[in-house]
Design a protein around this ligand. Structure first.
Ligand SMILES: [Zn+2]
Ligand SMILES: [Zn+2]
Ligand SMILES: [Zn+2]
Length: 56
C-alpha cells in the first residue's frame, strides 16, 4: 500500500494540489512547476488547467 501525500503549491497565487513525490522542491517548499518555484520570474504561468491565477 502506497501512501499518497498531497501538497498545495507554495506559490501564493497558485491553487494547484499535487502529489509530493511529483513536486518541484525548493527551499523545503513544494511547488507544482518550475515556473512557480522560480517565482514566475520568466513571466510564465504554471500551465495547469486547475489554476488561472499564476501567469507571472
Ligand atoms: Zn498553478
Ligand atoms: Zn504552482
Ligand atoms: Zn505560481
Amino acid at each position: 500500500m502506497t501512501e499518497v501525500v498531497n501538497a498545495k503549491c507554495a506559490c501564493k497565487d497558485c491553487v494547484c494540489v499535487f502529489e509530493v513525490s511529483k513536486a518541484v522542491q525548493k527551499d523545503n517548499k513544494y511547488y507544482c512547476s518550475d515556473a512557480c518555484a522560480d517565482n514566475h520570474k520568466n513571466q510564465s504561468g504554471c500551465n495547469h488547467s486547475c489554476c488561472d491565477n499564476c501567469k507571472g
